[in-house]
Design a protein around this ligand. Structure first.
Ligand code: CMP
Length: 200
């Protein structure tokens, strides 16, 4: 079990590093929790494994990796079936970056300039405006689209209430997907209007 051994080695190195840096025990526990969530006991040099493959294989694997997210998030399901569903799935899957958060982690702060939007695969997140919780987001939710769509600072702070697996989509990918898929653009606009109404 090479990946299991490598994982153990990485965790040992991490513990040594945290002790050397004299990090407080709370932070040390958070970092270890983050590692468990991200690697689940196996460490792979994923970037270099994927880099050796061709585009087509990379896309096939990316779509496979995102299938659970795509099945959970209504935003990622197209209503208009014009023969471009595979293209859409490929564009989305290759653009999404998985991110991992442990309870208490801040994904971004109200007032920040936003560069990404997010999709929640698992866990729960609090949406806070001026320190007050206005919503709780659960599996399948998406957020952070307002700053991208309207080019405004973040309207709220988003903080992990539990361990979360989130996928991040950059502004450039968001814009090119909206340019390519008019039905998705309409959906974002409708959600934008709805959420904006609540913020008034
Ligand atoms: P953005 O303004 O980019 O960053 C904060 C995000 O919180 C915002 O996008 C929305 O996605 C989300 N958000 C803001 N207000 C609400 C709300 N009332 N309910 C759910 N999500 C919200």
């Amino acid at each position: 079990d090479a990946s299991g051994r490598l994982y153990k080695q990485k965790v040992d190195e991490l513990k040594e590093y945290m002790r050397w840096k004299c990090l407080n025990p709370v932070t040390q526990r958070k970092v270890l929790k983050y590692y468990e969530l991200k690697y689940r006991g196996k460490y792979f040099e994923e970037g270099s494994l994927l880099n050796e493959m061709n585009e087509s294989l990379r896309m096939e694997i990316a779509v496979h990796n995102c299938r659970e997210l795509i099945s959970k998030v209504s935003f990622l399901k197209r209503e208009q079936h014009d023969g471009r569903d595979d293209l859409f799935a490929g564009c989305i899957a290759t653009a999404l970056q998985p991110c991992y958060y442990v309870p208490g982690d801040i994904l971004f702060l109200q007032g920040e300039i936003g560069a990404d939007m997010y999709f929640l695969l698992s866990g729960s997140l609090n949406v806070l405006i001026s320190g007050k919780r206005v919503a709780q987001l659960k599996d399948g939710a998406f957020f952070g689209e307002l700053a991208l769509y309207a080019n405004t600072p973040r309207t709220a702070t988003v903080q992990a209430a539990s361990s979360c697996i989130v996928y991040r989509l950059s502004r450039d990918s968001f814009n090119s997907i909206l340019d390519m898929f008019d039905d998705v653009k309409k959906k974002v606009k409708a959600i934008y209007n709805e959420r904006l109404e609540k913020l008034k």
